[in-house]
Write a protein that binds this ligand. Structure first.
Ligand SMILES: C[S@@+](CC[C@H](N)C(=O)[O-])C[C@H]1O[C@@H](n2cnc3c(N)ncnc32)[C@H](O)[C@@H]1O
Length: 209
């Protein structure tokens, strides 16, 4: 049975609007798409420099996971970028004819609109698709089963709101609003601390895998 890592306090589920209507994430995620395109070169560089394909056997499948994939289409651009980078690496090493098969794990909370995701998969995709429902603060994959794990605009998205920010008696209380137009130093410090805790937890989980 899959091991559940107990980080429940970080597992609040706020999924994006499903479908493809005018308020859907699909139609309202251009900013995030820009971020994915801005990160493209960095991703290619990281994969070309660090991916150790010599350690893969010819039978290995290149398994890629996108954590917090939402409903698309951004996650499809991510996968395309990663696959391009892996293919470049093989090409640089003169191993083009040994390209592995690709399998992509699209993962998000179970309340994510996976139907929209699956019905809008690129027709010309060259990878196998798996949907993985669940919070990435729990163990979602068997040990050593993934080669590349990606996440964009997801870890920061739900970083737990520090208790102090929602406590009326705290000086960091933001009157119930989630947005700070003029951030107070104390709230900022608490948010930074919360993000640092989130990253520490994620690193601990990654090391266990
Ligand atoms: C702003 S969207 C980003 C979607 C996509 N990565 C992109 O860049 O367009 C954040 C996504 O992260 C997912 N998410 C947030 N916390 C999560 C968690 N703990 N486990 C799984 N998915 C999570 C949300 O459900 C949502 O789909």
């Amino acid at each position: 049975m899959a091991e559940e890592l107990q980080i429940d306090s970080l597992s609040e589920a706020y999924t994006m609007n499903g479908g493809d209507g005018c308020y859907s994430y699909t139609k309202n995620s251009k900013y995030q798409k820009e971020a994915i395109f801005s990160a493209k070169e960095l991703i290619i560089q990281a994969i070309v420099e660090r991916l150790d394909i010599k350690s893969l056997s010819s039978l290995d499948i290149c398994r890629i996971a996108d954590l917090g994939c939402s409903v698309g289409p951004n996650t499809f651009f991510v996968v395309q970028n990663i696959m391009e980078a892996v293919k470049s690496k093989y090409k640089i090493l003169g191993l083009d004819s040994y390209l592995p098969e690709f399998q992509v794990f699209f993962s998000d909370h179970s309340s994510n609109d996976f139907n929209t995701l699956f019905t809008s998969l690129p027709q010309d995709r060259q990878y196998y698709v798996v949907g993985v429902p669940g919070s990435f603060y729990n163990k979602l994959f068997p040990d050593s089963s993934l080669l590349i794990v990606h996440s964009s605009y997801s870890i920061r998205w739900i970083s737990k709101v520090p208790n102090e920010v929602v406590s009326k008696t705290s000086s960091a209380w933001n009157k119930g609003k989630v947005y700070y137009s003029v951030p107070q130093m104390q709230s900022l410090r608490l948010m930074q601390l919360s993000i640092r805790r989130t990253w520490t937890d994620i690193c601990v989980i990654a090391q266990k895998k």
